[in-house]
Design a protein around this ligand. Sequence first.
Ligand code: GLP
Length: 270
Amino acid sequence: MSSPGSLSEPAMKILIHQTRALATDCAASLIAARLNRQPDTVLGLATGGTMEMVYADLIARHRAGKVSFAQATSFNLDEYVGLAGTHRCSYRHYMREKLFDHVDMDPARAFLPQGDAPDAEVEAARYEAAIAAAGDIGLQLLGLGLNGHIGFNEPTSSLSSLTRIKTLTRSTREANARFFDDPKDVPRLAITMGIGTILRAQEVVLLAYGAEKADVVARMIEGPVAAACPASALQMHRKVTIVLDEAAASALELRDYYEQVHPRVENASS
Ligand code: GLP
């Protein structure tokens, strides 16, 4: 039985760091530690601006001989419907450019949904089955959408959903327009792991940075579990670490409590 306050209690672990750089180092350390402990981990990978920093950190660790992906398998959360993996704005292209081409990951074990599959629904079902056949995700990395989405599970997604096609909200298409030449080019549909798929992961690490995420971070951690904020479903998971910078943590009511339970290493050592 665990003692009161034991860090092994199932709970959301909230880690608040002074800067994005420190938060990124923390997240990369968690991933590297998992791979070092279990080299054949099934990783669940994410895209977006926040992840770029994490992947750059992991590449540096790999080059320094501190982490290997050689035996790992990965499944990305999502992909735009209609984009071939060779398309500059596809998530497969993002992953090659930001991570896969720079580490020793076996390309034959780095999976994403096929955005240009002839039948997206069939592809979604195939992808879900492939994740299950791999034994589900060991460590799932997540970013957080401004509207509370994880993967492309937009608000009102079923909290038990599996991999499927989702229509993107206007706010998500606007947020992601910066990656496209013309905002009109942002696809309207995506194939995404479901919330139920994500909740089956053994361990989840979610990152959110910046003041613009502060409100949605508070809804995810302290709000009700509700499909209106899909990330709030993580409150139901037994092993979640939320890694934040100061700005993203600024709307949390119980912030003092989180810092009391998990004091910042950079504070503790100063
Ligand atoms: C996209 C991805 C999400 C990601 C989100 C946040 O919408 N599908 O998985 O979490 O972007 O991105 P950013 O880190 O750029 O804020």
